[in-house]
Design a protein around this ligand. Sequence first.
Ligand SMILES: [Zn+2]
Length: 237
Amino acid sequence: MEKVAPHLRLASRAIIANVWLLEDSMHRKFLIDTGYVLERPILRLSLWQAGVRRPGDLTAILLTHRHADHASNAEWLREIYDCPVICHAADAPFLEGKAKAAPMVPGAAAPHDKFFCQFEDHFPPRVKVDDVYKEGRWKWNFKVLPVPGHTEGSVMLFHKPTKTLFSGDALLTGIPPIRSFEWLQLAMPSYSIDFETCRGHVREHLQAIPEPKFVCAGHGPPVTENLRKKLKSLGKC
Ligand SMILES: [Zn+2]
């Protein structure tokens, strides 16, 4: 379990997708995204070490979007900790198996991108969705920033008291699946249903929110320094 700040931990050290654990000043614990199925043993151990051990220890599981590398452990964790799983209303039908996502179109992407796209098509995650986000100011001091275009209901979540931005795959801080070095980029075409729309929403939200102290993406290391400058350069790409 990697501690980023007193309120923030990286709950999975697997190489594919990040799972973040946020503890607020009321000692409520939130898990942002849940990782791939393969990450279960390390995720359970990390959560145990962070004091998340039994039903009631997690306040909620907050999903940034419906993709398998973010939502595949949601149902498993929901049952262990007896906590609600929450996503955007536009992603809920896919996660609940009531709608089928269009096949991903990796195009001329790298071989590993094609593999992950095929995995997504064949093994979409399934989870009972307990609640959906309200856009804008929401409960628990989160602001919900919709960024449709990565998926139908992709969102970024901004935790106002700690100025922590959970950006999912709308704003990445590394190149999946490698996350050892920092490289900020907006939604990738090969994994998005409409990457340009998603990028437009991200740029708008970044202008409207206070400068984040932490950017916690779905892939890549936490970014904590020179954020204003780094985020400004994204406006041009
Ligand atoms: Zn994604």
